[in-house]
Design a protein around this ligand. Structure first.
Ligand SMILES: NC(=O)c1ccc[n+]([C@@H]2O[C@H](COP(=O)([O-])OP(=O)(O)OC[C@H]3O[C@@H](n4cnc5c(N)ncnc54)[C@H](O)[C@@H]3O)[C@@H](O)[C@H]2O)c1
Ligand SMILES: [Zn+2]
Ligand SMILES: [Zn+2]
Length: 347
């Protein structure tokens, strides 16, 4: 077999299923894996909107999934053909300065490259550079679908939202955006026992999901959102506001919700400029963080998923065959109409 099926970014608004050459081992540290399951991310939708200029047309999309190792280069030590693996959304050389500082998102020979600057996981086969630090062994204690959620959704919610947002026991957390990544942040925020988790979204179904997964309060976003949050918090605002949408309105909302000393943790991918209201925030001792997920917590989160301590089952709402990728995009892209969270795509 010399060609495979793959889903490419064919220009603004156009995901397209095409034939592509099979990937080959190019470096001794590479692996080629055969995808078993993949999924679609909010970030893929941002690429299709034209928000991510680093992603060139004809790139195979996708940076999540589980796979079976097909072949490995001579320097790969931790994986061999036949191993079942979780693909990390972040590729890490583990030796450059950024990797050694714990910031592989900015790896000089990696970072978020899958489905962005190199071909990604929405294809039958994928080349994984620096396989030793960019793949994880699958575990026995969780279903394959649940383990797909580790590639990106859980690590991003945890690192960009919960860790950067300094969620603490007893604190009040507002999550703006209850998509899969926002819900990933909500599931992992609970590891720190915040007193209140307020989920804010435009989609009533996602709010219902959030409530069943641990939100103490849900707010259908509208003109009264700030007032409602102030009522819940006795007029103080929240200690942590996690922005998990990626549009100006939601980042501005976080600025209105934050209490003195609080942290606004941005995790949304933004395609346009956003106003920063220093005229009202300069004296409030707040912190604003941004982060591209580093995926340095993947091993820890895999242990929690394996032990059943984090339940990602509810994040998966739909399944499609890979040949039906068009419908998978249609469903995830109009998630509110379909009551969709994460869609699993089986090869
Ligand atoms: N920083 C990173 O490393 C990183 C990694 C992965 C994903 N992301 C980003 O995280 C964000 C969330 O990803 P996702 O897959 O959950 O996306 P998603 O599109 O499924 O979810 C976004 C949610 O925001 C809600 N929303 C939209 N506009 C809103 C508004 N004005 N007020 C309140 N809620 C609103 C939607 O109803 C939806 O539930 C995206 O921007 C994605 O690109 C960032
Ligand atoms: Zn993603
Ligand atoms: Zn590196």
């Amino acid at each position: 077999m010399t060609t495979m099926k793959a889903l490419i970014y064919a220009g603004k608004g156009q995901p397209k299923l095409v034939d592509k050459p099979m990937p080959q081992i190019l470096q001794p540290t590479d692996a080629v894996v055969k995808m078993v399951k993949t999924t679609i991310c909010g970030t893929d939708l941002h690429i299709l909107k034209g928000d991510v200029p680093t992603c060139a047309e004809n790139t195979i999309l996708g940076h999540e999934g589980i796979a079976v190792v097909q072949s490995v280069g001579p320097s790969v030590k931790a994986f061999k053909p036949g191993d079942q693996v979780i693909v990390s959304c972040i590729t890490s050389c583990s030796t450059c300065e950024y990797c050694r500082r714990g910031m592989p998102s900015h790896c000089t020979d990696g970072g978020w490259i899958l489905g962005n600057t190199i071909d990604g996981t929405q294809a039958q086969y994928v080349r994984i550079p620096h396989a030793d630090a960019s793949l994880y062994h699958m575990v026995a204690g969780a279903t394959p679908d649940e383990q797909v959620m580790v590639s990106d959704v859980l690590v991003t919610g945890y690192e960009c939202g919960v860790l950067n947002g300094r969620v603490e026991p007893g604190s009040t957390v507002a999550l703006v955006g209850g998509g899969p990544v926002g819900l990933g942040a909500m599931l992992t925020a609970q590891l720190y026992t915040p007193a209140r988790i307020i989920m804010i979204d435009l989609d009533a179904n996602r709010l219902k999901q959030a409530k069943s997964l641990g939100a103490t309060h849900t707010i259908l976003s509208g003109p009264d959102t700030v007032k409602q949050v102030m009522e819940i918090t006795g007029g103080r605002g929240v200690d942590t506001a996690i922005e998990a949408v990626g549009v100006p309105a939601t980042f501005e909302l976080c600025q209105e919700l934050i209490s003195p000393g609080g942290v606004i943790a941005n995790l949304g991918v933004h395609g346009t400029k956003v106003d920063l209201h220093l005229e009202s925030l300069w004296d409030r001792n707040i912190t604003i963080t941004t982060r591209l997920v580093d995926a340095t917590s993947s091993s820890m989160l895999i242990k929690l998923v394996d032990a059943g301590r984090i339940n990602t089952k509810a994040l998966v709402t739909h399944s499609f065959k890979f040949s039906d990728m068009g419908n998978a995009y249609g469903t995830f892209g109009a998630a509110a109409q379909h009551n969709a969270l994460k869609v699993i795509v089986d090869f």
